[in-house]
Every structure is written in C-alpha cells, then in structure tokens.
Design a protein around this ligand. Structure first.
Ligand SMILES: *Cc1c(COP(=O)(O)O)cnc(C)c1O
Length: 419
C-alpha cells in the first residue's frame, strides 16, 4: 500500500460485523480463563495483552500502523517524545557506556543527554551535524553504543545526511537512531536510507491537532546485535526468566527488549484513549503533510523577499545550505516549520511576535494552527550561549510553524505584524 492508504488501513482490519473504526480498549487489564494461560503470556509477552502498563490492543494497532509507515517491523508507543528518546538510548547503553549525538537537536534532548543521562553514568559526545565520515568515526570510542541524530533538526532545520551516518555507524557495529519528528514518514523514511531505529515525538505532526503529548520508537529489524557489543541482547535476561532477545525474537529483538524490560519497569505507556486520538491524527497525516509543505514554501518565499527579514531558514528554498540534501531526503517538501531572523534585536523580535493576531504564541510546533515561538527565551532557555550557537539559535530568531489556514490569511498576519 502507498502512504495515504496505510494511514487509513494499516494496523486495524475490521472483522465481519465488527466495528469499522478501531475501538478504544480503555481497560487496565485483560481476563483469562486459567492461570496457565496467564503464565504462557509471561513466557511469551507477544502472545496476548495482559496489562496496559506495556501493551494495549488500541495502542497496538497504532504501533502497527506507524511501523508500517516507517517501513519498520515493530513499534512501541510512549507517553512523550522525551520518553521515546530516553528508552531508545537506554535500550542500548548502560552506566559506563557512551552515545554519540549530533549537537543540533531538540533542546529537551540536549538536556536529557548532557545532564540527566550523565547522572545515570552514560556520557554523550556531541558532534556537528555536517561532520565528515572521518570526524564522525574519530568520535566513536569502544564503549560508544549508538549514534543519535535528527532528520530535520528542531529548530535549526539542518538536514541530516542519513546514509553517511548509517555507514559510519555500521562500520563500527553500532546502530543509528534517527529522530524523524518533523518530516514524519510521509516526507522521509530514514530506514530506507540505513537508519536502524526511528523515534518520534508524536505530539507534533502525527497527532497533528495539538491534542496530546506522545512518542513512538520504531525498530527496522535490520541491525545485527550479535557482534558481541550488545550482551544484553544475546545473553539470558535475568529479569525475564532467561529470555534471549536475539534468539527468541530474531525479527525485532530491539523493540521486544524495550517493551519487556524498560516499558515494564518505567511504565510510560499511553492509554487506549490516547492511542485512539493519535490514530485520528495519523488517518489524515499524508494529506496534511502535503498541505503543510505547500503553505510552508509560500510563507518562506514571502519572508525571503521581505525587507525587514534578515534571513529565512527553510531547507526547501534554493538559497538554503541544505537544499540539495533536502532534495535527496525530503523530495516532497520540508514541512511547515521554518525559522526567520529579524533585522532587529531581541526586544524588537518579541514586539513583532506580540503583534501577531492569527499566529499563536505557544510552546508547540507542527500544530494544525500557525504558531510562533522564540527559542532563545523558551525551549532553549536552559542552554548556555555556546550550546545555543551549536544549536544554530540567535536572539532575533523566531521559529514559525505554518498551519493549515488559508495561506493568504497567514501571510497577511505576518505582513501587518512586520509593518
Ligand atoms: C518535541 C520534540 C521532542 C520531544 O517530544 P515531547 O513529545 O515534547 O516529549 C523530541 N524531538 C523533537 C525533534 C521534537 O520536536
């Protein structure tokens, strides 16, 4: 099936006389006829749903749909994008290990990696997203367990050369984790270019309507964990009666381990109702992404020719540094997100923002409604000046997320605020 069709039909197949729309299983638990049957599920957690802390039938349908859209083999939803980033890394690294990450990533992820993971004994090395193969390789140490990067960075909008990163990761027998939040699988499928694990903050375009925070981790099923670098995958898991993930679940050991070990212990799993709401967003994802790209390009062109705008950062503009990479990895468009830098200081930038009437000032991006945010005073407030520069942020920069309103109304609002 093509994406538009997967968005509507993957994950749930109505049975004869059954509900046409995926039902909401809002139940903490599931009943069995015998103790023996429950025991069987403890032996093989893929057999049935037993407890909604780590599996739920409604969420399961959504997971199958997202895995299908990303060309992966399995997926696991989480209660936030942050939880997805955390679990994606903890599933590979423990105290004493390292992760290599590009530095231009979401501010919350920077903090998670540089501050919180460090307290857990995991060190994260940062590298410029445009680094050469040699530079990336030189940062990989024997205890580095994964490379982490964003397809289209939030908010600096740099485009990742996925194939280059995948090649270096695989030469060093470690997986590449890609945060594909902004493109969604409609604009880019990182697994097709060699990514091993794809994560999302579903809070953004996937949910699409600013209804709820969520995340997901997708397993490509392609990475070989048996090289000796990942004993947690190849040796019996004491916490799960000796399960060996690569042997017992050869098609998707990564996601089974993440669910059986980490989700069981952390419990950051969405409810049936959450799965239902996310699915509504996914049903129209393909068609919405097309429109975001169309409106986004028109708005970027408007800013590009406006005398009060110093620069526009939108990878689908021909003058953008990442235009060629965007053509390769994001041929359908680069979403509705862009950043603009005003000719003016921080005070004038904030004044411009406060004059906007239609575009809402909110801590969100990839909303169905046009919204703006000042990263330096909000999402990236906790970062030092040096970290800000590394993330490609300056005080006169505004992140603009083009919504699905009529483009003429959107442009008119920015025009009057700039005047
Ligand atoms: C928002 C975001 C996150 C964090 O997701 P939450 O759902 O807010 O926890 C992670 N990565 C990217 C690229 C994001 O935009």
């Amino acid at each position: 099936m093509k994406d538009e069709t997967k968005c509507l039909h993957s994950g749930y197949t109505p049975q004869n006389g059954g509900p046409g729309v995926m039902p909401i299983y809002q139940s903490t638990t599931f009943r069995f006829n015998s103790t023996e049957e429950i025991a069987a599920v403890f032996d093989d957690p893929t057999k049935a749903h037993i407890y909604s802390r780590f599996t739920n039938p409604t969420v399961d349908c959504v997971e199958k749909k997202i895995a299908d859209l990303e060309n992966g083999v399995a997926a696991m939803c989480t209660t936030s994008g942050q939880a997805a980033s955390l679990i994606s890394v903890l599933n590979l690294a423990s105290a004493g290990d390292r992760i290599l990450s590009t530095s231009a990533i979401y501010g919350g992820t920077v903090n998670l990696f540089a501050v919180t993971l460090k307290k857990f004994g995991i060190e994260v090395d940062f590298i410029d997203v445009d680094s050469s193969e040699e530079e990336i390789k030189s940062k990989i140490k024997p205890n580095t367990k994964a490379i982490f990067a964003e397809t289209l960075t939030n908010p600096s909008l740099q485009v990742l050369d996925i194939e280059k990163y995948a090649k270096v990761a695989h030469n060093n027998r470690i997986p590449l984790i890609v945060d594909n939040t902004f493109p969604t699988p409609i604009l880019c499928k990182p697994i097709n270019f060699g990514a091993d694990i794809v994560i999302h903050s579903t809070t953004k375009y996937m949910d699409g309507h600013a209804l709820q925070v969520g995340g997901v981790i997708v397993d490509s099923g392609k990475f070989d964990y048996t090289s000796g670098k990942f004993p947690d995958f190849t040796e019996p898991d004491k916490s799960y009666h000796g399960m060996i993930y690569t042997k017992d679940y050869p098609t998707c050991p990564y996601i089974i381990k993440a669910r059986a070990q980490l989700m069981r212990d952390f419990g950051c799993y969405p409810s049936g109702m959450s799965g239902f709401l996310l699915n509504i967003g996914l049903e129209t994802l393909a068609i919405r992404m097309e429109k975001y790209c169309e409106n986004g390009l028109k708005l970027a062109e408007f800013f590009n020719s406006h005398p009060k705008i110093e620069s526009v950062n939108y990878p689908n503009l021909k003058n953008n540094k990442y235009y060629n990479l965007a053509q390769k990895y994001l041929p359908k468009g680069t979403s509705g997100v862009m950043s603009i830098t005003l000719k003016g200081d921080k005070t004038e930038t904030i004044k411009f923002m406060d004059k906007l009437k239609l575009a809402s000032k909110e801590v969100h991006v990839a909303d169905i409604r046009t919204c703006v945010l000042h990263p330096a005073s909000s999402t990236h407030r906790q970062l030092t000046d040096e970290q800000l520069t590394n993330c490609g942020i300056n005080p006169s920069m505004v992140r603009v997320s083009t919504g699905l309103e009529n483009i003429d109304d959107i442009i008119q609002d920015f025009e009057q605020a700039l005047s």
